[in-house]
Design a protein around this ligand. Sequence first.
Ligand SMILES: Nc1ncnc2c1ncn2[C@@H]1O[C@H](COP(=O)(O)OP(=O)(O)OP(=O)(O)O)[C@@H](O)[C@H]1O
Ligand SMILES: [Mg+2]
Length: 176
Amino acid sequence: MSGAAGAETRLVLESADAARTRRIGALIAAVLAPSDVLLLSGGLGAGKTTLTKGLVGALGGDERAVRSPTFTLMVTYETSPPVAHVDCWRLEQLAEVLDLGLSEVLDDGGIAVIEWGEAAAPLLGAGALRVHLSAPGELAGERRRIVVSDEGASPRIAALGEAAAAAGLVAADGPA
Ligand SMILES: Nc1ncnc2c1ncn2[C@@H]1O[C@H](COP(=O)(O)OP(=O)(O)OP(=O)(O)O)[C@@H](O)[C@H]1O
Ligand SMILES: [Mg+2]
């Protein structure tokens, strides 16, 4: 883990399989607060939806119901707090989704989880927690490197780092 006030704090995790990525999603859920935004990036099949399953499950939802919201644009899960799950291929699409209810979910204390979150950064990047997953095949076997980053000296990344270390999910080779 690294970082100081004004800079970025990042934590590099490593997941050997989909179950561990779901577990990382659950650990991330524990450090999010109402109205937080989580931006997920990483290419096709990286594990953005898999991580979201763990997050939704940890907040009391049914993780089997979680799919990439590619055609629906936004799905809201009845978790506590509620989670709005969004696919953001283009910024214009996000503007539409904000109008279609995402703004209201955030105003009411819900959490936004946005796949292809890099496109959302101009509108929702300020204060967002960011997670980048490595592409399938980049690391050996089914492994994924999962880099979590936040602005400034981030207490939530510090808490996540402790939980992940206790679960043996911190990457051995440090920052990538
Ligand atoms: N370590 C791992 N972490 C996450 N998923 C993994 C891992 N190893 C294998 N997988 C598999 O890779 C696939 C990841 O798919 P998932 O839908 O989560 O990716 P995605 O990033 O949401 O893709 P898309 O861009 O299509 O929405 C799943 O089938 C999952 O079981
Ligand atoms: Mg997906």
